[in-house]
Design a protein around this ligand. Structure first.
Ligand code: PLP
Length: 823
């Protein structure tokens, strides 16, 4: 942070009311997450209300930790803490207060602030520009994609006095959000990357989306954009004074005319300025998107006065940005967090926080290289030490020179190595077991070798799950419901194939209210892995009530007989159980029917021990317009039964009816909670908001062998596959036992290799299948094939074999390794 503040100053900046006895402590840290407290006495905690849990619930434990300064919302009961000698600043909106503090800190920074907006490429442009500028300058930049209403303030608090330029990303998803980002960021130089169709739902049309984003640059001195995008350019030129504009294009008549020559490896970019001076740069890639991104970076670097030589030096070291923070299965049941791209303090913070959110393991271990960051090493490593202390690591492996500064601070816990090679030589995978290991290092240290050594051999097929996409989809549905409505997330069937434990853990950190599983043992697995959210069991059996009791799982009760059975269980065991009532309004699967209502009420009236946590019904055709009348009839019938039940149940009993499709189609029937399923996993079954969701998973496998086929030879069982003129096939290590449906046989399915379609040839075998790669000139065993994910939508695959995405997702065998990442 640029300037530490007294609590009285904070009150002034946020226009809040101070309660408690003010003191002179200088607050140098601002936290919004109770897990991120490094220096409690000097921390200001801002209790945000959001999709996540309400921040104020953490205040008692924070006081215990030693935090004394808080910004709270006006509904906070300060009286309860009057003896804690804490200071509270009361504001009407804590998020706004956080933003005001950010705007204040920003106003103290006198060096250039670059800000980036647009639909795609923001994070990449930010990272690359950071890499190129740091050839010459000391650069502050937003960590990962911290570009939101809360991410931007956190990025701003990361700016320090010694920084010479700050690069901040700005992302919005609905109209009205940019004004707040603009007030905080106040960019001097703006980059508008491009415009696409993402997040269209929050905006009436394309033009209003562009205008909203453009609001970020209203006070900027310069705005960089590409005239290759005609609609975007037209609006920018209309809205912003000509002397502020810096345009580049592949056509002449702009500030920088670009021509690109594709080389064997990479490309050459030639820029012709309007004063006829020319500059050439060599870049390591050839795809249009990367070339667009890098052109923005070059033009911005030139605008900031960097010489073309120094830009080229930066480009020479450019690495394609893989910023994914990946969770991988490690040796001996350990869990690895792979962050081998990271190279600065802000990134280390993010990675440590991610580590904190994981399920508890035996030990927390950090493998860390020198941070290649300009500035004073003493100060930098003091901060690293604070972070490590705060995260209570059990063991630290340090690689490099400067990192040895940590040695005296962590005696007995620190092992230092001069090089990655030295560490690799001494790293015995069997020293780890059931540990959580964060591996984070700057690029030159090549830490991917360490990950390789410590990860469980993953061969063949993997399902990669993007946790950020999951968050995105969750928030998409959150926006469709009223703020007070609770969310139950369906993690039945191994979380629709995604892997229930990690997904449940992620949902828990996101603040979901409830989970639901199909069977009791699925719930037991979650409990055994540290999931503490309430869990509803859809399909319990009599024998499993014991387990429900032992693991605090909440069974669904769907008939008078089952009600009586669970009730008598509670009596004989003198225990209390929470249960849920399923009302059948038309599914005809399980549940109480309308004519059983009086019987149900009589049962409830006699019941003392069971707590009725919720009452629900399930829609049979919410995704299909033709069933709309039937759905409404179901919802009305449920509402009627609900009214009859209300006098007999507690005020806390939740009523709920809507599944993913229902949330979209019937907003008037949210009752107290909704049940989110397939939508979270990236499939919008009503088809109305298809493009608003992100695909969360990618199923990948590898090529085991390439074979040449002569005319007339056949492929696979029953000789079904034939290439009449001969050709080339690739054998993939994926079969129906992995969940790759046999109906994809004989050209019904295809995979993507090198971005191109390769159709299935012959019958899918149990553990393998073959694809036709006759048109591929350069293809080798070991290469990757994508079965579905970005580029192969699940809906399309499902349609090809006459099924639904649900079936494809849940069929993926548990033998397929799941890998989780944040991008
Ligand atoms: C599976 C399930 C859901 C979720 O349905 P989606 O269509 O996946 O959103 C909701 N409620 C019940 C009772 C379910 O069984």
């Amino acid at each position: 942070m640029l300037q530490a503040l007294r609590i009285t100053e904070v009150a002034e900046i946020t226009a809040g009311v101070l309660s408690g006895k003010p003191h002179e402590v200088l607050l140098s840290q601002i936290a919004i997450d109770s897990r991120q407290i490094i220096n409690p006495a000097h921390t200001l905690f801002v209790a945000l209300k959001g999709a996540k849990a309400d921040g104020k619930t953490f205040i008692p434990s924070l006081i215990e930790l030693g935090v004394r300064n808080f910004i709270v919302h006006s509904d906070f009961e300060i009286a309860d803490f009057s003896t804690s000698d804490s200071c509270f600043i009361i504001v009407s909106d804590t998020r706004e207060a956080l933003q005001k503090l950010a705007a204040f800190q920003r106003s103290l920074f006198k060096n250039p602030v670059v800000s980036i907006t647009g639909s795609n490429g923001k994070t990449i442009v930010k990272e690359w520009l950071g890499q190129v500028l740091s050839q010459k300058y000391h650069v502050a930049k937003s960590p990962k994609s911290y570009n939101s209403q809360v991410g931007v303030p956190l990025s701003i608090f990361g700016i320090q006095e010694e920084h010479q330029v700050a690069i901040l990303e700005a992302g919005i998803s609905k109209s009205g959000e940019m004004a707040a980002l603009q007030r905080m960021i106040q960019p001097n130089l703006g980059i508008f990357t491009n415009i696409g169709s993402a997040h269209q739902e929050g905006f009436p049309d394309q033009e209003s989306k562009i205008l909203e984003k453009l609001a970020l640059f209203q006070n900027a001195n310069f705005v960089i954009y590409s005239k290759n995008q005609a609609e975007l350019a037209e609006i920018i030129e209309r809205e912003i004074d000509a002397e502020k504009l810096i345009a580049w294009s592949d056509q002449v008549g702009v500030d920088f005319t670009r021509s690109v020559k594709i080389l064997e490896k990479g490309a050459k970019i030639l820029l012709l300025k309007s004063d006829l001076s020319t500059f050439t740069f060599q870049v390591p890639f050839t795809d249009p998107a990367s070339l667009e991104n890098i052109t923005h970076v070059i033009v911005a670097s030139m605008t900031l006065g960097q010489s073309s030589d120094s830009i080229q030096q930066g480009l020479d070291h450019l690495k394609s940005v893989d910023m994914r923070l990946t969770l991988k299965p490690g040796v001996n049941d350990s869990l690895l967090i792979d962050d081998t791209y990271n190279n600065d303090l802000a990134g280390l913070k993010v990675a440590l926080d991610f580590m904190q959110q994981q399920r508890p393991k035996r030990r927390k271990i950090l493998i860390l290289s020198d941070l290649l960051q300009q500035g004073s090493p003493a100060k930098l490593y003091a901060e690293v030490a604070d972070l490590i202390k705060n995260h209570q690591l059990d063991l630290i492996f340090g690689v490099g020179e400067d990192i040895f500064k940590l040695e005296q601070l962590f005696q007995g816990k620190f092992k230092g190595f001069e090089s990655s090679e030295a560490l690799l030589d001494n790293l015995d995978p069997d020293q780890f077991s059931n540990d959580l290991i964060l591996i984070t290092g700057a690029r030159p240290f090549g830490f991917e070798r360490i990950v390789n050594k410590l990860q469980q051999r993953i061969h063949g097929t993997t399902l990669e799950i993007n946790l950020n996409a999951l968050t995105h989809n969750y928030n998409f549905y959150k926006r469709l419901i009223r703020p007070e409505i609770k969310v139950m997330v369906m993690v039945k069937a191994f979380a629709y194939g995604g892997g229930s434990v990690e997904i449940a853990n992620h949902l828990q950190t996101m603040g979901a209210d409830y989970l639901a599983v199909a069977f009791t043992d699925e719930g037991v697995t979650l409990r055994k892995h540290g999931i503490t959210l309430p869990i509803m069991v859809l399909n319990p059996v009599e024998e499993s009530i014991d387990l429900c009791h032992a693991f605090q799982l909440e069974p669904v009760v769907f008939s008078p007989e089952f009600f009586k059975m669970v009730s008598s269980y509670c009596k004989t065991h003198a225990c209390k159980l929470s249960i849920h009532l399923d009302l059948d309004t038309g599914m005809h699967r399980l549940g109480f029917e309308h004519h059983q209502l009086d019987e149900l009420i009589a049962l409830i009236q006699q019941e003392k021990r069971m707590r009725i946590a919720s009452v629900y019904t399930h829609l049979v055709g919410a995704d299909e317009e033709i069933h709309k009348d039937f759905s409404l009839q179901q919802l009305e019938s449920f509402n009627e039964m609900r009214k009859s039940l209300i006098p007999h149940v507690s005020k806390e009993t939740l009523f709920h009816a809507l599944n993913s499709a229902g949330i979209v189609a019937f907003p008037d029937y949210q009752f107290d909670m909704v049940r989110l399923g397939i939508g979270l996993y990236g499939v919008e079954v009503t088809g109305r908001f298809g493009s608003s969701l992100k695909s969360i998973s990618t199923l990948k496998t590898t090529i085991s062998q390439i074979k040449e086929l002569q005319p007339g030879e056949t492929v696979g069982y029953s000789r079904k596959g034939m290439l009449p003129n001969g050709g080339k096939i690739a054998t993939l290590s994926l079969g129906y036992a992995d969940g790759y449906d046999r109906r994809f046989s004989n050209g019904n399915g295809f995979v993507l290799i090198q971005g191109k379609k390769a159709p299935i040839i012959g019958n899918v075998c149990m553990d393998m299948c073959m694809v036709d790669v006759s048109g591929f000139s350069d293809i080798k065993a070991g290469e990757e094939a994508i079965i579905y994910g970005e580029g192969i939508p699940l809906q399309e695959l499902a349609d090809r074999i006459g099924t639904i995405p649900y079936e494809l997702l849940t069929n993926i065998s548990t033998r397929v390794k799941r890998v989780y990442y944040l991008d």
